[in-house]
Design a protein around this ligand. Structure first.
Ligand code: SF4
Ligand code: SF4
Length: 127
């Protein structure tokens, strides 16, 4: 058995900006599903998501980043949708609808700056 001095430190962020290295979406119990035809592109989901897990493409709302989405449901709660129909619904289970789809992190200094400074007009991540 190791002495306490030999154990690795736990609960410590040893390197700033390292959260993108940890794909935290694997432990959710619900996942959001985007229903594009009900989406009015208001971007409220992008604003409210605490994990920056709503991707954009060409300044419009894109798919979810399931690598980091923790399934909190805030996006579904805030989504106004169209004509009384939500554009985001929460479904039980860890998996998103397209587990093999190309994924990319939505995290980064550039995105944080955009979020702080205005609409995502120049965000062009692949989905
Ligand atoms: S469920 Fe939560 S973490 Fe996932 S995209 Fe919606 S707001 Fe973000
Ligand atoms: S909050 Fe709903 S309607 Fe607005 S962009 Fe997101 S998915 Fe579309």
């Amino acid at each position: 058995m190791k002495a306490w001095q030999e154990l690795n430190l736990g609960g410590v962020v040893s390197e700033p900006g390292s959260s993108r290295n940890f794909q935290t979406g694997s432990w959710r119990s619900y996942h959001p599903v985007w229903i594009e035809e009900n989406c009015c592109q208001c971007m409220l989901c992008w604003i409210y998501c605490p994990d920056m897990s709503v991707k954009t493409a060409d300044g419009k709302r894109g798919e979810f980043d399931y690598d980091f989405c923790k399934g909190c449901g805030i996006c579904a709660l805030e989504c106004p949708g169209k004509k009384g129909q939500k554009a985001i619904v929460m479904e039980e289970g860890v998996s998103g609808p397209e587990p093999d789809a190309p994924r990319g992190s939505t995290r980064g200094d550039e995105e944080r700056a955009e979020r702080a400074g205005g609409p995502p007009s120049s965000r062009t991540e692949g989905v």
